[in-house]
Ligand binder design. Structure first.
Ligand code: ZN
Length: 220
């Protein structure tokens, strides 16, 4: 016969086994966009630096804003709505990081009465929900907040904040994941993709690595 305390111990042990012994899979939004398409747009974000600024920009941060719902034979990777780069040095405005400068550019393009879209301000506020923002470096807390207030469908970034700090860039040490997590009270949702499908960003290295390689390591 088991005493109540022993039964409680067994239940606790079973609970510990279930929560720690089982393969725990953290929630991650499902990435339905191919690696090829993700890589194409991340390269366009890099290329925006030379196209809009200089082949040797002082602040090497570029952004492209893409409509993946507009994929067609003409636009197999989705359609570019606008792009931008960090404009601090050009405009003297410290808030014009690549992402916020990109949002400003897209807003002008989407609402231009003589442009392609001719959206009203209200229609533009709804349009962000269908767009994806690619930035070659992880959004800082200011930009991550702007991305969440905009309500983008997706945010995809390249270099992590930790790596930027490691390379000597001054940064506010708050990850975009943390900002996104704390913004769950906003009505919109934004999927944050730090890596293309099939890869995962290792906490220590800060780089995207193949998931297969990570699983191999964990089995050692
Ligand atoms: Zn920023």
């Amino acid at each position: 016969m088991l005493y109540p305390l022993s039964i409680l111990s067994l239940l606790l042990l079973a609970l510990i086994h279930l929560t720690h012994g089982a393969n725990y899979i953290p929630f991650e939004p499902k990435d339905t966009i191919s690696f090829e398409t993700r890589a194409y747009w991340m390269r366009r974000a890099n290329a925006a630096l030379a196209e809009l600024n200089s082949p040797c920009p002082f602040t090497a941060f570029g952004t492209v804003i893409v409509n993946h719902t507009a994929t067609s034979d003409e636009y197999p990777h989705g359609k570019l709505v606008c792009m931008s780069v960090n404009q601090n040095q050009q405009k003297g405005n410290p808030t014009l990081h690549g992402e916020i400068s990109g949002i400003n550019n897209c807003s002008d393009i989407l609402t231009d009465p003589k442009g392609e879209y001719k959206l009203s301000p209200q229609e533009t506020l709804q349009a962000w929900k269908t767009l994806s923002l690619y930035t070659n470096a992880e959004p800082c807390p200011m930009c991550a907040s702007a991305i969440r207030w905009s309500g983008f469908a997706e945010c995809i970034y390249g270099t992590s904040i930790d790596t930027l700090v490691e390379k000597g860039w001054s940064q506010i040490s708050l990850s975009s994941e943390d900002v996104f997590e704390e913004s769950e009270g906003l009505p919109s949702k934004t999927s944050n993709f730090p890596c293309p499908s099939g890869c995962s960003r290792a906490a220590k290295s800060g780089y995207c690595e193949a998931v297969v390689a990570q699983q191999g390591k964990s089995e050692l």
